[in-house]
Design a protein around this ligand. Structure first.
Ligand SMILES: Cc1ncc(COP(=O)(O)O)c(C=O)c1O
Length: 395
């Protein structure tokens, strides 16, 4: 399998982990050699309810037997997509009530950028330094990593940047700004939370100059921080909310939500100002609906903070300088990039899945399924501490 994987499937890096996957269930992925791997990554924050959660699998099966794709997005009234958008509206603060369903996170970001420009009639977009919003041309244009952007220039114009959490930079938001886009917790940069009512202050400045606040919740959304969406921890309601990843319970989906007043501008002048074939696909929407129903009816959100507490109690070691993040979006910061790297690789050998963050080399990613049990957390953290003890001795 590995040889064919490397030969025929396009790669994203020269050194993929290349685990040969057999099947997955709950908090474990099983490889083709029969080894089980405890999953502290959840497909990079995507498998909210663990692997193959029965509620999600049943929803997929039931919908697959009724109908698959029948029409492009937005033409026919299809139950799963409507129920999903309605349930989201019921659990979001006003005026967030109308949702556009996409196929991925980055595509939802593209839609949100277009919506901000369309609604305000302005072109300026302000993003935060070190942010990650995806890899299509618009999302890539929001980045501040020259080595990642340079080969793909020219990117889209009229983008400028502010430092996340730096209040003095808010003066850059002005009457030319269509939208300010921020992750509510910066992910790739190292799970950095907003400080001192930062998001509230950004929103106030946006309101003052008539710009829209776009919050990218693709990573913290769907329960990871103990609330349905991360912004609910910081008392700030965005004008446009972007989601993805954990939304689909393991299937590909993204979405952006806004008020009807703002969202309705995308369907006129020009009509079909934003269209997609597969957005709102009925099988995927059914999986996302099942995931959302489980989150809003069960007690997983409340458990998330207890689980964070347990991680924080267990992840104490001389090689860990701090643990950043919130809920089940945690990033232990190791004392060096080498230690972080070695930890991820040795953990794989010992049957624990860890992963890196995009831009912070000293961090490791802990974003397990929200369904992970307390004993699984203890088991995985025990492996981490054992490896760190070995690394400490090797030094
Ligand atoms: C904060 C954030 N925004 C956007 C994206 C892009 O989502 P996708 O990979 O589904 O395009 C990601 C993916 O990692 C993300 O973490």
């Amino acid at each position: 399998m590995k040889q064919d994987f490397l030969k025929y499937q396009a790669q994203t890096s020269p050194y993929p982990l290349a685990m040969e996957v057999s099947h997955a269930s709950g908090s474990y992925i099983y490889d083709t050699a029969g080894k089980k791997h405890l999953d502290f990554v959840a497909g990079v924050s995507a498998c909210t309810l663990g692997h193959c959660h029965p509620r999600v699998v049943n929803a997929i099966k039931e919908q697959a037997e009724k109908y698959l794709h029948v029409m492009v997005y937005g033409e026919y009234a299809q139950g799963p997509a409507i129920e999903l958008c309605k349930l989201l509206a019921e659990h979001l603060p006003a005026p967030l009530e109308k949702t556009y369903l996409t196929n991925s996170g980055t595509e939802a970001i593209e839609g949100a950028l277009k919506l901000a420009r369309r609604y305000t009639g302005r072109s300026g977009i302000i993003a935060a330094k070190s942010a990650y919003h995806g890899n299509t041309m618009g999302s890539l244009s929001l980045m501040t990593y020259e080595e990642r952007q340079k080969p793909f220039r020219p990117l889209i114009p009229d983008i400028s940047w502010i430092e996340f959490n730096r209040e003095e930079d808010l003066e850059k938001i002005d009457e030319n700004t269509a939208g300010v886009i921020l992750e509510s917790i910066q992910g790739g940069a190292g799970f950095i939370q907003p400080q001192n009512d930062y998001l509230k202050k950004v929103k106030a400045k946006c309101e003052k100059v008539g710009a829209l606040l776009i919050l990218d919740e693709i990573q913290p959304g769907f329960g990871r921080t103990g609330k349905l969406f991360g912004f609910q921890n910081y008392n700030t309601v965005p004008d446009i909310l972007v989601m993805g990843k954990g939304m689909g319970g393991g299937l590909p989906i993204g979405a952006f939500t806004s008020s009807s007043e703002i969202m309705d501008t995308l369907s006129a002048n020009p009509k079909m100002g934003h269209i997609t074939t597969f957005g709102g696909n009925p099988v995927i929407a059914a999986a996302a609906l099942a995931t959302l129903q489980e989150l809003v009816t069960g007690d997983l959100l409340a458990q998330t903070l207890q689980k964070e507490q347990l991680f924080r109690e267990l992840l104490v070691h001389p090689l860990i300088s701090e643990v950043r993040g919130r809920g089940l979006m945690l990033a232990p910061i190791l004392t060096s990039e080498e230690i972080a790297n070695e930890l991820v690789l040795r953990a794989q050998d010992k049957g624990l899945i860890l992963f890196w963050l995009l831009f912070e080399g000293k961090a490791i990613r802990i974003t397990p399924p929200l369904t992970i049990s307390m004993s699984e957390i203890k088991e995985g953290c025990g492996i981490i501490i054992d490896i760190l003890n070995d690394l400490l001795q090797d030094k």
